[in-house]
Design a protein around this ligand. Structure first.
Ligand SMILES: [Zn+2]
Length: 717
């Protein structure tokens, strides 16, 4: 992705202070508003308020001084989906079941901030910065608006490219538009708005605007987000909404940036990826802080991201449901003493699921000034976070008694909070996760008659170089050196031929290079090594379809959907295959079910429109195709299909308009000229029709619609 050197529009250009600023100030309303801001991939120690003197984060720093910032806040999992599931439900991953990604989804049984506030009469809206949190992963429940339709994301799904991301300016603009519409509609109704910012996640882009220019670096992206948030906070103030809004800012996880040999996140649970910024401004607090002058020091209570939901509910004066496991940090947030001491817990199953290595979990506990962290691994680790924040001195061997007591505390902690666990299990899991782990032969691991967390699988810290080598190979490929990337991956697979992440990376680049037979063999090996990985089936299915092995592709898409019943894309691909096989009724059913799972999917809508047109229902076809064009204006097939359907509906004026618009986007589309020619002919403009025919046949001499138009022109001189 190295050639991406364009400038995105800055916040300053977007005119955020719109209608809302002119609306009457918010009247006294029953409850305060809630604004939840999640900053993807932002380490605590890269914000000014957390001591980074080089950081350009004045707005977040100012927000912290108006409220509170937690010096020691920890996420539960250093991965986007499980971390957000814990934030929204206030529960630990071993309880909510979202242990990792992909392959996990939040089930419907737990209340979330959104479901509770929706029921309490709030307007609830969310804007996502990346398709990694799209609705099929289960976080959309309770949101009246869940803005996850990120253009291009669907197209990229099977190409193995990173999911597309929205800029901070775009997230803020969409959030503000939702808020304006809400306030116009019901000005006194309290709101809950969740904004997810993905900018600090790779790949980095440069930005200009928002009062500065920002380089394409990790810190540049953080500074850019801060600038956009500054605009948002200013607009909230102008609209009279700021003071009565509780604002939470938290990161879902940090970024390795080379610490402990880890460049990104998910693999380890050192503080570089689990210690996150957590800033809270209570309702009632304004620019001068809640007591007229904000705090000068961070709060040193030990906090977890599971504390966010219960704290928010208490601030809004709503009851905290029994299912929530976090500790309300009300005293800290209101500056009234100390809250209950609770250890912080973190885990990662990424090493197990992606690499086949032992997972990791950790407990952090102790009084401020003597915070200890124990990491359970084949070789456990113990750190004194107060004296050694970079975790450079492992004390596990030197302080064995303390290490043992922290291991016992870690066991007790999990057991006490996982009521559905089997009584003899040291790794309690929900049913779905249990099935997944038993398919790995993992949950059955037994030592001395008791299932154990630590098995004889490799210790991730002994193999981190392998994971980094795979990432290096992917970067080599992104820099367009395919042969070298292949050599790098083959070297890893030579020593570990069933390494899932290496197989996945190899298949991805073979597929992208159109080496379909090689990709097919690699994906088959991946499925043999990781039969629980539903996306592997989708990748193989797509490859088989392109190779013309349609029956096999259909079988694999069905398997993909069976493993992941929330996956509308598998159904959509299946439906599109069935159209080509002429099985229209079956295809229609699959596409309709796909659209129920992911409303607005332009590819499914286009397929549905095709079927409706083939069945002669042109009015319904026009409706589906209009929705497809609205969902993703850049796709050519729905436009061409729609233009054709308008002709069948005797609306040549609409066809002509649509094709002229389409040709401005895609000036070398012969079919668009052909449809334009027919439309012009029907409208009686023979000269324009003849010109369009010439353009169509110049681009594609065989175009049958253009030839028909040409024949018609010659027939009626
Ligand atoms: Zn993330």
């Amino acid at each position: 992705m190295e050639a991406m050197r364009f400038y995105l529009p800055g916040c300053a250009l977007l005119g955020l202070a719109g209608v809302l600023a002119l609306a009457p100030p918010a009247r006294a309303q029953a409850r305060p508003n809630l604004l939840l801001i999640t900053l993807d991939t932002v380490r605590a120690d890269h914000l000014g308020i957390y001591g980074d003197r080089a950081a350009r984060t004045p707005h977040l720093d100012a927000l912290a001084r108006q409220g509170v910032w937690f010096e020691y806040a920890f996420t539960t999992v250093p991965l986007t989906l499980p971390s957000h599931a814990a934030i929204l439900t206030g529960t630990y991953p071993f309880d909510n079941g979202v242990r990792s990604q992909p392959g996990f989804r939040l089930e419907d049984r737990l209340p979330t901030l959104a479901t509770i506030l929706d029921r309490a009469g709030y307007a609830t809206g969310a804007v996502l910065g990346s398709s990694i949190l799209d609705r099929r992963f289960g976080l959309a429940r309770g949101f009246q608006a869940y803005d996850d339709q990120i253009s291009g994301a669907v197209a990229e799904e099977y190409e193995g490219l990173p999911a597309s991301k929205r800029s901070a300016a775009e997230v803020v603009r969409r959030g503000w538009a939702w808020l304006e519409a809400e306030r116009r509609h019901s000005p006194a109704r309290p709101f809950f708005l969740w904004l997810h910012f993905y900018d600090a996640h790779l790949p980095y882009l440069p930005h200009r605007g928002a009062g500065g220019s920002f380089p394409a670096t990790y810190d540049g992206e953080i500074a850019y987000m801060d600038a956009c948030l500054g605009r948002l906070f200013a607009d909230l103030q102008r609209a009279g909404l700021y003071d009565n809004t509780a604002i939470f800012v938290v990161a879902d996880h940090g970024e390795g940036l080379g610490d402990h040999g880890e460049s990104t996140h998910g693999f380890f649970i050192y503080d570089s990826t689990i210690r996150v910024p957590l800033i809270v401004k209570a309702p009632g607090a304004g620019p001068q802080g809640i007591r007229g002058a904000g705090p000068a020091q961070p709060n040193d209570e030990l906090a977890s991201t599971v504390d966010i939901a219960p704290t928010a509910l208490r601030l809004l004066d709503l009851p905290v449901p029994a299912e929530m496991q976090g500790t309300p940090r009300l005293a800290a947030v209101l500056g009234r003493g100390r809250d209950a001491d609770t250890p912080a817990y973190a885990e990662t199953f990424f090493p197990l699921l992606s690499m086949g290595w032992n997972p990791l979990r950790a407990l952090i506990s102790g009084p401020s000034g003597r915070l200890m962290k124990y990491i359970e691994a084949p070789r456990p680790e113990l750190y004194d976070l107060s004296r050694d924040p970079r975790e450079t001195r492992d004390l596990a061997a030197a302080q064995q008694a303390r290490a043992n007591s922290m291991l016992a505390a870690l066991d007790d902690f999990v057991r006490a909070r996982a009521p559905r666990a089997a009584p003899d299990s040291r790794m309690p899991v929900d049913a779905a996760t249990a099935r997944l782990f038993s398919s790995l032969g993992y949950a059955g691991a037994v030592r001395g008659g008791t299932p154990v967390f630590v098995t004889n699988l490799p210790d991730p810290k002994d193999r981190v170089h392998e994971e980094e080598a795979i990432l290096t190979a992917l970067r080599t490929y992104e820099a367009h050196d395919y042969p070298r990337a292949l050599r790098q991956l083959r070297a890893i697979l030579a020593s570990d031929p069933r390494q899932p992440m290496a197989l996945d990376a190899l298949g991805t680049i073979q597929f992208a290079e159109h080496d379909l037979n090689a990709a097919r063999a690699t994906y088959r090996a991946l499925i043999a090594a990781a039969p629980y990985d539903s996306t592997a089936y989708a990748e193989l299915a797509h490859t088989e379809a392109l190779l013309g092995h349609r029956a096999e592709a259909e079988r694999l898409y069905r398997k993909n959907f069976a493993l992941d019943p929330s996956n509308g894309r598998a159904l959509r691909e299946l439906g599109l295959l069935l159209i080509e096989d002429g099985k229209l009724a079956e295809a229609k059913g699959d596409l309709e079910r796909a659209l129920a799972l992911q409303p607005g999917d332009p590819f499914a809508l286009n397929g549905l429109g095709q079927i409706q047109a083939q069945q002669g229902d042109f009015a319904a076809a026009a409706q589906s195709l209009e929705q497809a064009v609205a969902a993703d204006a850049s796709q050519l097939p729905p436009r061409l299909n729609l233009g054709f359907v308008y002709l069948r509906l005797n609306q040549p004026q609409k066809t002509a308009q649509l094709m002229e618009q389409t040709l401005r986007r895609a000036p070398r589309a012969p079919q668009a000229y052909a449809e334009l020619a027919v439309a012009r002919l029907e409208l009686g403009d023979r000269a324009a029709a003849a010109a369009a025919v010439r353009r169509a046949l110049a681009l594609d001499p065989q175009n049958s619609l253009a030839r028909q138009a040409q024949a018609a022109l010659q027939r009626q001189p």
